[in-house]
Write a protein that binds this ligand. Structure first.
Ligand code: B12
Length: 218
């Protein structure tokens, strides 16, 4: 098998949710010297994008989306330690959660992996996080940054609801708030009162560091 065969196989097997094949191909690719970035950005993410497009066209339904997502998550478990390999000291604490009403966690998990790789201490609150959960985590962990993820246009308004609740609890000044997720835009992030937004995990890390540096120098 060539690296191209691996990428093609990963793309196709993720699309049909064949988790064992995706694991096998991921391991094989790594053994052949392919980088975790190649596997992620040239096969797994494009495959999930196509899954989303098929769902939109009515060719795929929730079960197909679910098994494709599970296949991708399995590969991420293998890639996690490789993507997160770091000797860096802790640069800051990041609390991250998917908002209430939303169960999408693959994008959030990817951001967490990259943040860990960049030296952040990440506390993952999981999915379906109500405002109280974010507030309790801020009180307990005193993070530098709180990240909120939403993948549905119907759950994006939870950003504003969370930010209002954090404000009401008197904690807004203590944290930088970042938002993200497939349907989120910079305009939306600004409108809901977030401090930062990023469209992908690599940009999220860069933005987090910039916001933290600006806060510390202020
Ligand atoms: C897999 C999937 C599912 C899986 C989720 C599995 C899981 N464990 O996450 C399941 C099957 C559960 C699911 C369910 C549903 N889904 Co769905 N799902 C998807 C799919 C195909 C992929 C999402 C994904 O993981 N992408 C991969 C990651 C890597 O995406 P990414 O955006 O590149 O992530 C980056 C950025 O967003 C950013 N980021 C993410 N979070 C954060 C946070 C911060 C702070 C920052 C800075 C950055 C950041 O960094 C990430 C990494 O680079 C998308 C299609 C799509 N194109 O998004 C639909 C999609 C999101 N789902 C959709 C829908 C409609 C649903 C359902 C309502 C379907 C239904 N009728 O039941 C339910 C809702 C369930 C719920 N209450 O949440 C729609 C949403 C439409 C909309 N505009 O609202 C989409 C867009 C499909 C479509 N094209 O119609 N889904």
């Amino acid at each position: 098998m060539t690296p191209d065969d691996i990428l093609k196989g990963l793309y196709e097997e993720t699309m049909v949710g064949n988790a064992p094949a995706v694991l096998e191909l991921t391991n094989q690719g790594l053994q052949m010297g392919m980088t975790p970035d190649d596997i992620l950005f040239e096969a797994l993410i494009p495959s999930l994008e196509e899954v989303g497009a098929r769902f939109e066209r009515g060719d795929y339904f929730v079960p197909e989306m679910l098994i494709a997502g599970k296949a991708m998550s399995g590969a991420l478990d293998i890639l996690r330690p490789l993507l997160a390999q770091t000797g860096a000291e802790t640069v800051g604490t990041f609390v991250m959660g998917t908002v209430k009403g939303d169960v999408h966690d693959i994008g959030k998990n990817l951001v967490n992996i990259m943040l860990e790789g960049a030296g952040f201490h990440v506390i993952d609150l999981g999915v379906q996080c109500p405002p109280e959960k974010f507030i309790a985590a801020i009180e307990e962990h005193k993070p530098d940054i709180v990240g909120m993820s939403a993948f549905l246009t119907t759950t994006m308004p939870m950003f504003k609801a969370n930010i209002n609740a954090i404000e009401k609890a008197g904690l807004r000044d203590q944290v930088i708030i970042m938002v993200g997720g497939a349907p989120v835009t910079q305009e939306y992030a600004t409108a809901c009162g977030a401090d930062g937004y990023a469209a992908d995990a690599a940009t999220a890390v860069r933005r987090a560091k910039e916001l933290l540096a600006a806060r510390r120098s202020a």
